[in-house]
Structure formats: structure tokens, C-alpha cells
Design a protein around this ligand. Structure first.
Ligand code: NOJ
Length: 745
């Protein structure tokens, strides 16, 4: 017994010594705030500034100006001058850099690796705008959860998504990344995407980043990096709700936008960051700039040099610096001069370190560097199946004359169009790691063949979309011998994403020539339209018996389209952006304010707000999408005709499947506040429900309208509710609705 005690004693003493030597921040047992506080006491001001520094480590997703080069960057990692890297992916690549940070830097603070995981990582999902057309938050959540599983298996901890910028302008290449023009739907989908990425902050999850804060979706004329000019009333009511919802869903990070808001760049805008995001919304995570958006304060004419930039950014509440390297170089001097307080710096660094602790990086810096996970969790059959399901649910059926679709598999099909067989033209900008084999998407040609179709293919138009009569004639020749024509129109996926604004989002002239040639054959024409944005279809539409809007559907694009074309899936998607009637009508959106002279029927005669050459209405309104079956709406009922604050109004409607196929219908509820101290939109989406109906089946759909849903934001971002008359509308799109009224007292 004595011997045993003697033996144990030294061991016991040894472990006490080790405990004493282990700094508190390395002690897993302690709560995160204690560990962060301990680490801050050990850090030099240079090391703190280092945590605010994010460097690019791979392919450039922004201008490569003044890039210091790989060697210098690795040296900075060794010195503890880098808190995060973007665009480094893969277990081996991230491990190599993590090794330097953890083993060679003084305090061993791990790097957090980020990447633009926008719609899948290697298994690519429909682009976000398409996915949103499913009006299915659970599906959006599932898609981002799969993306997170794949990305985390390849060394990543953090994505720059979801983008929740409300967008009304299809000239902007980035409408593809969001959820369209509606603030409420944008918030629901944005929150679901955050939850999918982040889960419970487990090893199969990655941190989300809500972007671009704020109001970047309003870039003038849809031109990337352009100015934004929106007043606070519009900001609060149309643009803020999705950011707010995504932050409320627990988003760990937020990205500053490139634009200026009220004369001050968003990256240094204290109202946006300190006041709204942190104070009003209680955001506790960390912020990252957009690519050199700190640096671009110089071009904006807001800051003089890096020192000015760093001071203005951090004092406005911004934190991590993507690719300007102003924080790392200037913060130490600014602190010394008293222009930035240690308190401000510590708050920023603490927010970043807290997330690193929270995801377990300090306890296992190689948490996402497991080659087995990289091998087993990426591009699996299961993920592809989920992507195919999401793709089918994202496809819009915009026209279907005489029920020409779905097609019979036995038909002889003439498939026309370069995009139908060019895998390279399917994907957009945001699929950096899925561009080569085996990750290439299934083309429409392959998808139709996989489904057993009998096909003759012709290219129809050139890649550059210049007119080519020979190609159009060849296509018509093939069409002549077919039962039916499927023509893949639209623009290359390469024109979707950042820095891909176009002035004419419409069906190119060469494709209209092609349609004319095909029409002469007398065959029925089914158009499949590919684009990362709503295109103006007005000129093409009369030539087409059916229009299937494919967006960009991801890895399973061709298979999902075949599912719809042959009726294995009955389309159910509804557009989340209005399809303009003409480019000159942009922006056109459903939730606009009334004008002083809304229509000729309002006693204005001819003197009303209109175009002389085109209608005011879009070609296809927000919320629109057809099915292979039809639905009727009836019996809109309110359980009361007035309500008070805190009360609820029950709204019911009967929806019946009047066709011969089972289908899913997205039932939409809108309201209008007739008279208010701030004028309100003609319609605002307040609820929706996706229901499944068998042929002939009728269901009563029930919505509870909470009095809070009747409120709007005043210019300070405070929700306001006023008594008065309201309208409620229910329908299968924002145009064709039943209507009832009630009062708020
Ligand atoms: C610039 C884009 O605006 C942003 O959305 C993206 O996350 C960064 N580049 C990083 O690639």
C-alpha cells in the first residue's frame, strides 16, 4: 500500500505541474468566454491585429492587386499575423497551412478557412434563386446542410453564404445568389440556409456568413460594384428583413457590402454595423469585409490611406479584413496613437476567437482534415439524389399550351441548342471546385438519353450567340424529321455570378432567328431556358408551345429536366422574381407602392402612369408557375372582420386539384394596408403553404395572421402598427388572387 502511494505521488504532482503550465485558453474544460479572455491577455497588439487579417490562399475571387505572394503569406502565418484564409481547400492543403499556424506561431492560434460555398461544394445544387422557387425552406436547409458536409470534409470551416440581398434587377449577375424580390420569403429562405450550413456547429457543419450587409441588391442599373441609393423607409421595409431573419437564425458571421449607404461605405458605416446589426439586432458573431471593400474606401473618396481605412472600419464596428491587409499593418500604430482603443480592438478579436473556440478549432485544429471524410462524404450518390430532387422542385413551367408537356417517352425528339450539350456552359461562377470531371453536370442531352429518349441533336446557335443561319437551317432540317422540338435557349451559365452584369437580359437575337426557322417546320416547340436570372421572354414566347425555365440546376440538371419533361415529376415551382416584359421595364416587382395615377380606370383617363409601348405588368408575375394539373381557389373566409393588437385572424381558403394528376401547389397569402403614415405596397407576401393534392382532391388551407404581420418599419427601423383597413389576398401567384377585407383597430 505504501509503495503504491509513493508510486502515485509523483504522477499526481506531475499532472498538477502540467495543469499549471497549460494556459487557460487551452483548457477544454473552461467556458469559451474564459478561454477568450485568457488568450487576449497573452496576445500582443500585433497578434490581435493578425486575427483581423484574412488572406487569399488560392484562386482569386477578386482583383489580385498587391498580392504579397505565397511565401510572404506563409511567413505571416508563422508570425501569427493571419486569422483566416479564403480559397484554400482540401484536407492536405489546409493541414499544411494549419500546421504553420498551430505549430510555429507563438500562441498557436488556428486559422479559420473560408470559401464561397454558394450552391453546393462538389455536388452542385440549383442556384439559390432557383432553389428559392421551390418555396420549401426545409429543402433549402437540406441543400446547404449537404454543402456543409462536403465542404467541411475538405478542410473548410466557413462559407460566404447565404447572400440575402433582395434583388429586383435581372441585369445584376448576382440575382442568382439570393432568393429574389420578396423580403419575407427572402428571410424565410435565408434563415433556412443559415440553419443548414451551421446545424449545431458540429463537424459536418460550417459557419454561415450573411451578405452583403447592407442593401447591395439595390445596385443602380444592376451594375456590379455600383452605387446604391435607397432611403431608410425602403431600406427597412424591403432590404433589411432578410438580413435580420438570417441573423436571428443564428448566423455566426456577416459580410460588409461594397456599396455606400447614406454617403458612407458599408464597411465603415457605424449606423449599419454598430447601431443596427449589433445594438438593435444583438448580433454577437463577427464581421468580415468583402474582398478589399476596406481598401475601396479610398476609391469611394471616403478614406485617404490604409491607416485611415483601418481606423474608420474598426471604429464603425467592422472586424476582419479580406484582402486589404490594412488592419494587420495599421492597427498597432493606431492603438499606440489612441485612435483605436484597446477595448474596440479586443471586442473585434474576441468575436473572432469566440467562433474559433465554438467550432472546436482550438481543441482540434485539424478537425476538418480527415482524409477519410474527404473520401467518403463528398459527391456521394445520396447527395446527388438530394440535388436531383431539389433541381426538379426548382424548375418553372411558364407555358404549356394544350398540355403539350409532359412528353411521351416514345416521341422522336429534335433537341436543338448548344447549351443542351455543353457541360461547360451550365455552371456559373461559384462552382470553383466542381468544374472538372467527375463533377461536371449532366447536360440536357445526357439527361434525356438517360431517360431513354430518342433524340437527334443539332447545335442551333454559336457559343458567342452571333447570328448563324447555317446552324439554324441545320436545326430546322432535324426538326422536320422529328415529332417534336425541344430547344434549349438562354445564356451561358458563365454569365451568372459576381462581375457578370449584363445590360440586355433577354433571349439573344440569334436564338430568335433559330425559333423562326424552327417555327416554319410546323412542329410543336418546347423551349427550355437556361439562365441565372429571369430573362425577358416576350419575343420568344409566341414561338413556343411550352416554356420550361431551367435556371442553373446543378450537377443533376439534365436528369431533373428529363424528370419534368417526361412527367416523372409534376412541376410545382413558382418564380421568386418577376419576369420583365421588356428590358426597359426593369426594375419591375410585385410589391411596389401605388402611384398617384395607378390606372386608366381610376378616373385619370389616359393620364396615368404607364408606358406607351408596353404594358406595366411583367410577362410573368412574382409567385407564378404552372403545373401539369390545374387548381381552383374558392371560399376565402376570415373568422372575424376586425382584430386588435395581440390578436390573430384566421384566414382560410379552399384549394382544389381540378386536373387529372397529383401535384403540389404553393398557396400564397398577401396583404395590403390601405392608408398609413408611410405609404405601403399594393401587395405584401405574409405567408405561404405548399400542399399536395390528388386529382379531384380539395383541401382547406389555413393561415393565422398575427397582428404583428400588419406592421411596417419606420425610418428608424422600429416596427409600427396603425389602425385602419386592410385587404387580404390569396392565390397561386401574386396576380390571380381572391380578396377579402378586415380592419385593424
Ligand atoms: C467578393 C464577393 O462580393 C463576395 O460575395 C465573396 O464572398 C468574396 N468576393 C470572396 O470570394
Amino acid at each position: 500500500m505504501k509503495k503504491l502511494i509513493l508510486l502515485l505521488l509523483p504522477l499526481h504532482l506531475f499532472s498538477i505541474t502540467v495543469m499549471a503550465q497549460t494556459p487557460a485558453y487551452k483548457n477544454k474544460q473552461l467556458p469559451v468566454d474564459k478561454r477568450v479572455a485568457d488568450l487576449l491577455t497573452r496576445m500582443t497588439v500585433e497578434e490581435k491585429a493578425g486575427q483581423l487579417n484574412q488572406l487569399n490562399g488560392g484562386a482569386f475571387t477578386g482583383p489580385a492587386a498587391n498580392d504579397p505572394g505565397q511565401k510572404a503569406k506563409m511567413e505571416m502565418v508563422r508570425k501569427g499575423q493571419v486569422g483566416s484564409m479564403l480559397n484554400v481547400t482540401g484536407v492536405t492543403e489546409t493541414r499544411t497551412i494549419q500546421d504553420l499556424a498551430v505549430k510555429e506561431s507563438r500562441l498557436g492560434i488556428p486559422i479559420i478557412f473560408a470559401f464561397d460555398v454558394i450552391h453546393g461544394y462538389k455536388t452542385i445544387f440549383p442556384i439559390p434563386i432557383a432553389d428559392a422557387c421551390a418555396w420549401d425552406p426545409a429543402l433549402s436547409q437540406q441543400a446547404t446542410a449537404v454543402a456543409a458536409k462536403e465542404a467541411s470534409a475538405e478542410g473548410l470551416h466557413w462559407t460566404f453564404a447565404p447572400m440575402v440581398d433582395v434583388s429586383r434587377d435581372p441585369r445584376w449577375g448576382r440575382v442568382m445568389e439570393g432568393a429574389g424580390e420578396d423580403p419575407y420569403l427572402g428571410g424565410v429562405i435565408g434563415a433556412a440556409r443559415v440553419k443548414g450550413f451551421q446545424g449545431n456547429f458540429g463537424k459536418d457543419n460550417i459557419l454561415a456568413c450573411v451578405k452583403h450587409f447592407a442593401v447591395y441588391g439595390a445596385v443602380e442599373a444592376g451594375r456590379e460594384y455600383n452605387q446604391v441609393s435607397v432611403d431608410r423607409v425602403n431600406t427597412w421595409n424591403f432590404y433589411m428583413p432578410p438580413y435580420k431573419a438570417a441573423v436571428a437564425a443564428g448566423a455566426a458571421t456577416v459580410m460588409n457590402s461594397f456599396n455606400v449607404f447614406e454617403g458612407v461605405p458599408a464597411s465603415a458605416n457605424s449606423y449599419l454595423v454598430n447601431e443596427v446589426l449589433k445594438k438593435q439586432w444583438g448580433f454577437k458573431g463577427f464581421l468580415v469585409s468583402d474582398w478589399n471593400s476596406f481598401g475601396e474606401m479610398v476609391q469611394h473618396g471616403y478614406a485617404k490611406d490604409n491607416k485611415d481605412i483601418a481606423m474608420k472600419a474598426i471604429n464603425a464596428g467592422s472586424m476582419m479584413d479580406m484582402e486589404t491587409r490594412a488592419m494587420v499593418s495599421e492597427i498597432p500604430g493606431l492603438v499606440k496613437e489612441g485612435k483605436v482603443s484597446m477595448k474596440t480592438l479586443d471586442a473585434a478579436v474576441a468575436a473572432i476567437l469566440t467562433m474559433k473556440f465554438k467550432i472546436g478549432l482550438f481543441d482540434d485544429p485539424y478537425i476538418n482534415c480527415d482524409p477519410q471524410r474527404e473520401k467518403n462524404n463528398v459527391f456521394t450518390a445520396e447527395h446527388r439524389n438530394i440535388s436531383r430532387d431539389a433541381a426538379r422542385k426548382s424548375i418553372l413551367l411558364l407555358k404549356n399550351n394544350e398540355g403539350i408537356l409532359p412528353l411521351n417517352r416514345a416521341a422522336n425528339i429534335a433537341l436543338i441548342g448548344r447549351w443542351a450539350e455543353s457541360a461547360d456552359d451550365i455552371f456559373d461562377f461559384w462552382v470553383a471546385n466542381a468544374k472538372s470531371d467527375p463533377y461536371r453536370p449532366v447536360t440536357l442531352l445526357e439527361g434525356l438519353k438517360n431517360a431513354g429518349a430518342k433524340i437527334k441533336y443539332a447545335r442551333g446557335y454559336q457559343d458567342d450567340l452571333k447570328p448563324d443561319n447555317a446552324l439554324a437551317d441545320e436545326a430546322a432540317g432535324i426538326a422536320n424529321n422529328a415529332d417534336i422540338v425541344i430547344v434549349n435557349l438562354g445564356i451561358s451559365g458563365k454569365l451568372a455570378g459576381e462581375d457578370r452584369s449584363i445590360a440586355m437580359p433577354e433571349i439573344p437575337e440569334s436564338q430568335l432567328d433559330l425559333l423562326r426557322a424552327l417555327k416554319k417546320t410546323g412542329k410543336k416547340i418546347i423551349a427550355v431556358v437556361s439562365a441565372g436570372r429571369p430573362l425577358v421572354l416576350t419575343k420568344a414566347e409566341p414561338y413556343c408551345d411550352a416554356i420550361v425555365y431551367a435556371w442553373i440546376l446543378g450537377t443533376e440538371q439534365g436528369n431533373a429536366l428529363a424528370d419534368v419533361i417526361f412527367g416523372d415529376y409534376n412541376p410545382s415551382a413558382k418564380t421568386v422574381m418577376s419576369f420583365p416584359y421588356a428590358v426597359g421595364q426593369i426594375p419591375v416587382y410585385y410589391n411596389h407602392m401605388n402611384t398617384s395615377r395607378p390606372s386608366s380606370t381610376d378616373g385619370q383617363g389616359n393620364w396615368y402612369s404607364r408606358y406607351r409601348d408596353i404594358p406595366n405588368d411583367p410577362l410573368y408575375p412574382f409567385g407564378f408557375g404552372l403545373s401539369y394539373t390545374t387548381y381552383s381557389y374558392s371560399n376565402l373566409k376570415l373568422n372575424r372582420n376586425s382584430l386588435k393588437k395581440g390578436e390573430k385572424l384566421e384566414v382560410t381558403v379552399a384549394v382544389k386539384n381540378t386536373g387529372s394528376r397529383a401535384g403540389e401547389e404553393i398557396v400564397q397569402l398577401y396583404i395590403r394596408d390601405l392608408i398609413a403614415n408611410q405609404i405601403r405596397p399594393v401587395k405584401e407576401l405574409k405567408g405561404f403553404e405548399k400542399i399536395t393534392l390528388a386529382p379531384g382532391q380539395e383541401k382547406t388551407v389555413r393561415f393565422m395572421l398575427d397582428s404583428d404581420m400588419l406592421s411596417y418599419y419606420n425610418s428608424n427601423g422600429v416596427l409600427t402598427i396603425e389602425p385602419g383597413e386592410f385587404r387580404v389576398f390569396i392565390g397561386g401567384n401574386s396576380r390571380d388572387v381572391l380578396e377579402a377585407k378586415f380592419n385593424f383597430e
